[in-house]
Write a protein that binds this ligand. Structure first.
Ligand SMILES: [Fe+2]
Ligand SMILES: [Fe+2]
Length: 135
């Protein structure tokens, strides 16, 4: 069962970023499945690489959008993104150095962070975009 079930209520109403979020959630689910499935460590390392790459791509795209559209919360939002990236890299580092998994709670926390971020910080720029369209 996926750790993170996508729900239509999580959509921001900006197609590009809603699509990114679905991809990100899919990758997080794959990471979780690989972790719980007892796959060999190369596989877990590879999926973490893909998660880091995609998160980096998505965060940069959001921050670029915020800059172009004059969204006031850009700096704070960027710090949030950096925090997520730091956490995933920490998981990757611990895994590569110790050749062992961190507790499963680490991934659950990652999922909770991402859901919370989409529902609060991302939803906030979603509302900003909707208001700008109505001006
Ligand atoms: Fe974001
Ligand atoms: Fe996002």
């Amino acid at each position: 069962m996926p750790v993170f079930e996508w729900d239509k209520n999580y959509e921001l109403g900006i197609d590009e970023f809603d699509e990114h979020h679905k991809q990100l959630v899919g990758l997080l689910n794959e990471t979780y499945d690989t972790f719980t499935g007892g796959e060999r460590h190369e596989t877990f390392g590879e999926i973490l690489d893909r998660l880091i790459d995609y998160a980096t791509y998505h965060f940069a795209a959001e921050e670029r959008w915020m800059g172009l559209n004059g969204y006031g919360g850009l700096q704070k939002h960027r710090m949030e993104h950096d925090e997520f990236s730091r956490r995933v890299v920490e998981i990757q580092d611990a895994f590569l150095k110790a050749k062992k998994h961190l507790p499963i709670e680490t991934l659950v926390l990652l999922k909770e962070w991402l859901l919370d971020h989409i529902l609060k910080e991302d939803a906030d720029y979603g509302r900003f975009a909707a208001q700008s369209r109505n001006v």
